[in-house]
Design a protein around this ligand. Sequence first.
Ligand code: M6R
Length: 364
Amino acid sequence: QKGGYDFFMQKEIYDQPEALHNTIMPRIHNGHADFSADNISDDIFKGVNRVIVTACGTAWHAGLVGRHLIEAMIRIPVTVELASEFRYMNPILDEHTLVVVITQSGETADSLAALRLANERGAKTISIVNVKGSSIARESDYVLYTHAGPEIAVASTKAFSVQCAGMYLIALKLAEVNNLMTDEQMKDFCDKFEQAIGTVEEVLKMDDYIKGISEKIKDTFSAFYLGRGLDYGIACEACLKLKEISYVNAEAYCAGELKHGTISLITEGVPIIAIATQENVLPKLMANVEEVKARGAHVIVVTDKDMSNYEGIYDDLIQVPATDDLFATFASTVALQLLAYHVTVFRGYDVDQPRNLAKSVTVE
Ligand code: M6R
């Protein structure tokens, strides 16, 4: 079942090129998002003036990525709500609000309750679901299935990548139906999307290199992930990966927040993993990194940018293939999944079955 891999998580990390291909390629044709095989009517996207994404855990992080993309690209306001909060929020919803529920299992109790509330309040609902015929799939107005295949490891990997891909597809469809992008821009979007997916194979080839970096930080008690903009969503997900399976006490921060408290936690040798794929905030991010380096942190930078101006302020560099900034999600995600995986193997824990965690949380 593990297909020759040591753990399901490892197999599922390696499944990602295929999972992404199967989720995306049937749905983009000639610069257009084509949901006809999914029986998703364009009507659900028409006139949408606000998007609310609701989900839990990893799926919520995919929502953070989606927000950045949709707001940057098509200027529709997006909020991303934890389903466990949303369900008790008395949210303001109407027929112009599109509620997107993201879930691998389709059975998460809080996400299902959030969906039911959105349905009751008259919002349009679409879910991004991996498990066919699950409760959330059945109760949403429409379902965009991710085609990742079964995910067995408790720690989500391929599910996250395809959930992000689902958000990119919804962004493209929203743009198209509401005339928010030209044909040329949509074609460009699809080209960049395909190119970004192609980088995943390249990152997988860096496995041994990333394993070497993991060994250097394997004995740490704590770690911090830093990112800005799109990279903050990636930082949150990468951080969850590390802490849930390796039991390292890890936190993700918007890098600009460090000065507002967290920097006091940085001591000699503490790993800082900085995700640096967003050109507009690169100098700012690296200035934050310089501050933690000056306090003795072990700095690992994950980037697709030229770092020659920043030599000396990092200890290790994970240089992933370059993509357009809005599409940088996939390469850095995969690199950081590998990092979490190897740290955990070095620490001798059961990667697939971390303590106290269930694959699907069907109780509140
Ligand atoms: O099945 P769902 O996507 O609704 O599950 C939500 C979370 O429980 C889940 O994403 C969890 O955070 C991950 N398995 C952690 O890796």
